[in-house]
Design a protein around this ligand. Structure first.
Ligand code: SAH
Length: 258
């Protein structure tokens, strides 16, 4: 083994939410140059990897040890390795334990961000998640399920902020979600939107309020791969405008028009 074989780090790449055009230019280039790609098959769009001539493995049937061993071996053989994760790897991506293993083995790596499904869902809804004088905060969270959530950040506790929430991994628990949010302080009339498979050809949107979304979701048959977005920022009636473009608001790049 020569030092030259170790020219590239290993790359964790965000695949984006589904639409193969929603990967970064850098992520696409790395996929095209890769010698080995291990992708999270349950949510990554296969269209991103099906034309690649390199070795490609779906991690769905592999455990952490197998994934790490395969990546490390290929890296040591001087190969360019891409670990492809859905959305942005920093959110519910399980990359932490992989990075810790690589640190132990002193394997260099980099992380290339991706478009999270939270943002693809906001785009599908054509909504801004922060609205002046309504909310200036977005919370990424989930309902506790098989993976527990620390009590201080239960949906009920987070609800107190009345912010916009993007709730991952929880659509199958919609009744618990809506109950906790109302108990925590959201009005039952607060708008909710659920986006299933945001940016995929079969994307589906269901809209409602905390009072009726549970029933609508059951009617729609949506069971998984869906984002719940909730909060007064979704309110159609809100006409509050950002000060950024208002004529009486000056900032660093524009002086007030008089
Ligand atoms: N890292 C990913 C999230 C992985 S966790 C990201 O940044 O998007 C998996 C959860 O993400 C799913 O349960 C669902 O809540 C959400 N999700 C992933 N892809 C989605 C999509 N295309 N549309 C809506 N929700 C999606």
């Amino acid at each position: 083994m020569t030092a030259q074989q170790h020219t590239h780090p290993l790359y964790f790449v965000g695949a984006g939410p589904g639409d193969p055009e929603l990967i970064t230019v850098k992520g696409r280039r790395l996929l095209d140059q890769a010698d080995l790609v291990i992708y999270a098959g349950s949510l990554v769009n296969k269209a991103l990897v099906e034309d690649l001539s390199c070795s490609c493995f779906d991690s769905a049937g592999m455990d952490l040890r197998e994934i790490i061993d395969m990546m490390v071996q290929a890296h040591r053989d001087g190969k360019l390795v891409v670990r492809l994760h859905t959305g942005d790897p920093a959110i519910y991506g399980a990359i932490r334990e992989q990075m810790q293993e690589l640190d132990k083995q002193e394997i260099p790596y980099e992380v290339i961000p991706g478009v999270s499904s939270a943002f693809a869902s906001a785009a599908a809804l054509k909504k801004e998640l922060t609205v002046p004088e309504v909310t200036q905060t977005v919370i990424f969270t989930r309902q506790a399920g098989r993976t527990p959530v620390p009590e201080p950040e239960s949906l009920k506790n987070l609800a107190r902020a009345q912010a916009t929430m993007c709730i991952f991994l929880s659509v199958s628990l919609i009744d618990t979600v809506t109950r906790e949010l109302v108990e925590g302080g959201y009005m039952p009339q607060t708008p909710v939107a659920i986006v299933e498979k945001a940016s995929w050809p079969d994307q589906t949107i269901v809209r409602g309020t905390l009072e009726n979304i549970g029933e609508r979701i059951k009617e729609s048959g949506i069971r998984k791969t869906a984002m719940i977005i909730v909060g007064p920022a979704l309110d159609e009636a809100s006409t509050k405008a950002s000060k950024l473009y208002a004529s009486d608001f000056s900032h660093e790049y524009r002086s007030k028009s008089l």
